[in-house]
Design a protein around this ligand. Structure first.
Ligand code: HEM
Length: 392
């Protein structure tokens, strides 16, 4: 019996196995849990995460999609209703499966460079050689930042994803503010040029866009850029790093994927389910309501626990078994509904191309240095890990 749970504790999320065990016990106790430390509701089941996300007028983002709301925030994820739809639509065509398909040559070039650099060494410094640079370089490309700024995007994403520590941990707070200043100073000249001579990238689109008939102001575009930096890099990085570590425990499935490329899309879905890089998003109740019969009051904070939903035993048979052949696999690592991850097709494309490139070339994946997991409320990030392998 779990007596208390603290859904804002970095230690809770930092111990991934312990977190899953607690979430499993909590699900046995009911679909919704109460965190009395912070006064939050935790939504544990697959069906109820979807139910809350679907009722987006009752459970809104605008009054707080993290535990602490940021009044006046204007990036897409902080908006609701028509405002949200209008802003999301400005760039959504850049993330359709077709648009992302057209990015294949760009992804392939980045992948070739990264993989060539470590292939002959028999080892991967998982984060620095592969998991971090791939999505950070793709985010730079999409935004219209120079490629060499990928390291800024990597480190800014790391710091921005510690958003829940702002105001609680002075070091994380300072680093969060520094990250904003650093990426804003790179963005400023790009945005200035894009006002008169827009390039075919996200900053170019925003610089020329209107919302409700008014141009997007610099501060507004700065916030939106921050969302894409934080969302685009750290999430995919975590999935790649922890995904490859999972294959080191399941080399038979890695080899099966190498022998039969048709297994790759399913493998990507299972890695997303298994890793579930984002631990949660929050919603704020706009009126008194219920979740799975539990009364919720206006103003209450609701925590959507994606790792729990993705281990829900009523939806996934043997949820604690990693199985790339799992079908169907309705994983919710990208969320659901109006705010469903805009970058999901891109993340999937990066993961598919990575597995398609690596699996036929390397085998016998083994952990040389286990993952150092960052205790972080938002993302189950890997600080470092080292894998060994043999060439096929
Ligand atoms: C494995 C990688 C990724 C995961 C697991 C992930 C997960 C998520 C989740 C859970 C949400 C919130 C969904 C909800 O509230 O229902 C979200 C939103 C979002 N993500 Fe991702 N994400 C990933 C990659 C990306 C990438 C590569 C980009 C862009 C380059 C991106 C951009 C966004 C944006 C802009 C939103 C806000 C959408 C909205 O509010 O309408 N994400 N993501």
């Amino acid at each position: 019996m779990v007596e208390t749970v603290d859904l804002m504790s970095t230690a809770f999320y930092g111990d991934i196995d312990g977190m899953h065990e607690t979430l499993r016990e909590l699900r046995q106790q009911g679909p919704v849990c109460r965190d009395d430390v912070n006064g939050i509701w935790g939504v544990l089941t697959h069906a109820d995460v979807i139910d809350v996300e679907r009722r987006d007028q009752v459970f809104c983002n605008g009054q707080g999609y993290r535990f602490v709301g940021a009044p006046g925030e204007q990036d897409t994820i902080a908006l609701d209703g028509d405002d949200h739809a209008e802003q999301r639509k400005l760039v959504s065509r850049r993330f359709t499966p077709r648009a992302v398909n057209d990015l294949q040559p760009v992804i392939a070039k980045v992948l070739d460079e990264l993989v060539d650099a470590f292939l002959d060494t028999g080892e991967i410094d998982l984060v620095n050689d592969l998991a971090a640079p791939l999505p950070a370089k793709m985010t730079a490309f999409l935004l219209g930042f120079p490629e060499e700024q990928w390291l800024l995007i990597k480190t800014a994403s790391e710091r921005l994803m510690r958003t829940d520590e702002v105001g609680r941990d002075p070091i994380a707070t300072g680093q969060f503010m520094e990250a904003i200043m650093e990426f804003s100073s790179v963005l400023a000249p790009i945005l200035r040029d894009a006002r008169t001579d827009p390039k075919d990238d996200l900053v170019g689109i925003w610089a020329q866009s209107e919302l409700k008939g008014c141009p997007m102001e610099d501060g507004h575009i700065m916030q939106e850029t921050g969302l894409f930096i934080s969302g685009g890099a750290e999430t995919t990085r975590t999935t790649i790093a922890r995904g490859l570590l999972s294959f080191a425990d399941h080399n038979d499935q890695w080899d099966a994927m190498a022998a039969d490329a048709s297994l790759i899309p399913g493998a990507v879905e299972e890695v997303l389910r298994w890793v579930t890089p984002l631990n949660n998003f929050f919603r704020t109740a706009t009126q008194d309501s219920h979740i799975a019969g539990t009364p919720v009051k206006v103003g209450d904070k609701v925590c959507l626990l994606y790792p729990s939903a993705n281990r829900d035993e009523t939806v996934f048979a043997d949820p604690y078994t990693f199985d790339i052949r799992r079908s169907p696999n309705p994983q919710v690592a990208f969320g659901f509904g109006a705010h469903f991850c805009l970058g999901a097709p891109l993340a999937r494309q990066e993961l598919r191309m990575l597995f398609a490139k690596l699996a036929p070339r390397i085998t016998n994946l083994r952990v040389i240095e286990p993952a150092d997991i960052e205790p972080n409320v938002f993302v189950g990030a890997v600080r470092s890990a080292r894998l060994g392998f043999d060439l096929r």
